[in-house]
Design a protein. Sequence first.
Length: 311
Amino acid sequence: MNGQLAIGTGPRLFAQPEREHVSLGKSLRAFLFIVPGIIIGLLLYGVFRRTTDLFFVVWAVFAVVVWILVSGVRIAAQWEKVVVLRLGKFRDLKGPGIMYIIPILDNVRFVDTRTLVLNIPSQKVITKDNVPAQIDGALFFLVANPMKAVLSIQDFRFAIAQYAQASLRDVVGGLTLDEILSEREQVQERIGRMVEERIKEWGLHVDSIRLLDIDLPEDLKKMMSRQASAEREKRANITKAEGDKLAAVNLAGAAEIMAKSPGAMQLRSLQTIDGLGPSASNTVIIYPAELNDAIRVLVKGLGGKSSAAPE
């Protein structure tokens, strides 16, 4: 992959963002070389037009000198810092904007100071309760000190990606599966603190670490699905039982009120009859509640007489 870093385990590869510096000074250097080259060529041609060979030699020498001088022009973007090395030693930290370095003697490294993102490759991790899981994530970080990032570590992008992988395995390996699934935010914070403690010596700062995917074995997924279904059924049964209990309490209270107020019972009866509707298929037989009371009184009176007759 051109200009990209691929880090992966097994068949999966994770392409990292474009890391090559886009030279903003190419067009300026070309302009500064071509325009003086043409002007000098015309002047030399006027002087050496009778000796063509000498003209080309002198013009070539001037062209090389101009190119060497122009090659020291550099432009850093607003988000870039430039680490300048002179004869291999740190010289200065420049940018953003236009700058000039001494050709041949100076060497530069452009450092992107924006928030950068790297993939944490998917890897197999064994949790504390011996559950295998495939976990991947994303690491967001930025370069806080460009000089340290260039001078203290060979490739800070590759190094931080590797250290994040190791930290993820260490943290996840000390937790159970339930803790990983229920305390995802805390797990991410623990991994971030562990990585931050190490990479701050490299001039880097962790913005955040996010776990993107936690892939479990298929048989474990089925067991968890059955467990979740049973838990939902349990909650549904409890809710239904509580509703039945509340309905029974309310019905008992309503019956007690109607027993104390005959008028309320009559209103309830009328509401029930009205709710049946005018359909011809309904046959309604109205049984007066007063008749039931009269029968009860009559039976009570007859019972009293029959019990008093033997005396």
